[in-house]
Ligand binder design. Structure first.
Ligand SMILES: *Cc1c(COP(=O)(O)O)cnc(C)c1O
Length: 422
């Protein structure tokens, strides 16, 4: 028997289940840890069993009561992926999930399965560079249009802009990223759900999807706020050690089933080794994210009082009473561990700081155990048009920091000596 979600009538928290949920030692020689099922294919007991597995896999019939999906071939399913998907779902209390070989594979596979030519996609801006390119260039090749909105836009403005496209009847999905990278602007999920409702009809539900890479799955639970799908670059906090590229999506059975079928055809599923690495990472996810956020809070406050720092973009520093603060209270359980800050000056001063860092590594990516710093204007956000960058406060004086699990006083000392170089 796989471990249940309860002990002594108490519903266990996800962090208590990350070491065991969904894995049956007796099926793997009693191994306490889930092995790496490094195999491309699986042996059927009989031809009849093989036939029956395929009937379910190709949707010819539904699973019978108590029947479990049979293992066929690792592009379709694999124990490391299934157990990982079951565990990932616990954080968001999702019905089902699917894991991929990258965050971009999760995003592209999901969107391509759920949208069709002629559809309109509404998305928040700024959005991850790869996603931005996929929406604005690749989707267009398939006749799928997109329209963007800024974090400061009101519901009325957004609705007006949707109607101005002339394709409002074809609005099929709202895709957001919150907090936005690198400015930490929050997008109001409640507002997005309302807009989706407004454009839904009896025959068509406008879907809401969020890239929850920055705060999830520990500090933000969009499904509970009415979103349909939650996507992750598992390369970041979920993986957490800068040693694997992976992605995930969780949501209702009906949608995930479709996404998984499409994943089998596109071949974007994660491999067993990636699955195993993420299973290992999930065991320490809450611990890592909690410490990283505690470190970040102290570092952000310290930066906020530093004479060479002009402005700090961090969720715990949002002004009380503002609309952003109201959204923060509603949808975030913690400010997380991503900090951006403007140094006094421009690119020259920002580069001086980046070049002087010793403990903190100069690299893109985020969410790992080690602290990383980068220059969004010329690096992660280089392809974004300059006018838009300025409009969203993303200027040449900005440094983005992903806070790790090191001792926070050591991190502060490192930034302090680097700022002294200006
Ligand atoms: C890194 C990242 C992605 C892309 O994920 P990959 O795993 O690199 O494919 C998507 N969204 C956000 C917010 C990211 O940070």
């Amino acid at each position: 028997m796989a471990i249940s979600k309860k002990t002594n009538n108490r519903k266990m928290k996800p962090e208590s289940l990350m070491m065991s949920f969904g894995y049956k030692p007796e099926l793997s020689e009693g191994a306490v840890k889930c092995p790496i099922f490094q195999t491309s294919t699986f042996v059927f007991k009989t031809a009849e069993e093989g036939k029956s597995f395929f009937e379910v896999a190709y949707g010819k019939r539904e699973l019978r009561p108590k029947e479990v999906t049979g293992l066929i071939y690792s592009r379709i399913n694999n124990p490391d992926l299934e157990i990982l998907e079951n565990r990932l779902c616990l954080w968001d209390e999702a019905e089902d999930g699917a894991v991929f070989e990258s965050g971009m594979a999760a995003i592209s596979t999901t969107v391509l399965e759920l949208l069709k030519p002629g559809d309109l996609l509404l998305h928040s801006e700024p959005i991850y560079g790869g996603t931005d390119h996929f929406f604005k260039h690749i989707l267009l090749k398939f006749g799928i249009y997109s329209v963007a909105f800024m974090p400061t836009d009101s519901k009325e403005t957004i609705i007006k802009n949707i109607k101005a496209t002339g394709k409002a009847d074809n609005l099929a999905m709202i895709f957001i990223e919150s907090p936005a990278n690198p400015t930490n602007d929050l997008i109001d999920m409640k507002m997005c759900v309302e807009i989706a409702k407004e454009f839904s009809t009896k025959n068509k539900k406008v879907l809401t999807a969020i890239d929850n890479t920055f705060l999830g799955p520990v500090f933000s639970h969009p499904l509970k706020l009415g979103f349909d799908l939650v996507l992750y670059s598992a390369t970041k906090y979920i993986g957490g050690h800068s040693d694997v590229i992976a992605g995930a999506v969780v949501g209702p059975n009906t949608l995930i089933k479709r996404i998984k079928s499409f994943r089998s055809i596109m071949g974007t599923m994660a491999g067993p080794w990636t699955g195993w690495l993420l299973l290992r990472s999930l065991e320490t996810l809450k611990m890592r994210m909690t410490l990283q956020a505690e470190n970040a809070k102290k570092i952000a406050e310290w930066l906020n009082n530093h004479p060479k720092v002009e402005k700090v973009y961090y969720l715990s520093l949002i002004k009380k009473g503002s609309r952003q603060h109201e959204i923060y209270k509603r949808q975030c359980l913690s400010p997380g561990a991503m900090i951006s800050f403007d140094v006094k000056g421009g690119e020259k001063q920002a580069f001086k700081v980046l070049n002087a860092l010793k403990l903190i590594k100069l690299a893109v990516s985020l969410g790992s155990t080690e602290s990383l710093a980068e220059h969004p204007y010329s690096m992660t956000h280089a392809p974004v048009n300059d006018e838009l960058k300025v409009k969203m406060n993303l200027t040449e004086k900005m440094v983005r920091l992903s806070v790790g699990v090191e001792n926070y006083e050591d991190i502060i000392a490192d930034i302090d000596q680097a700022l002294a170089k200006i």
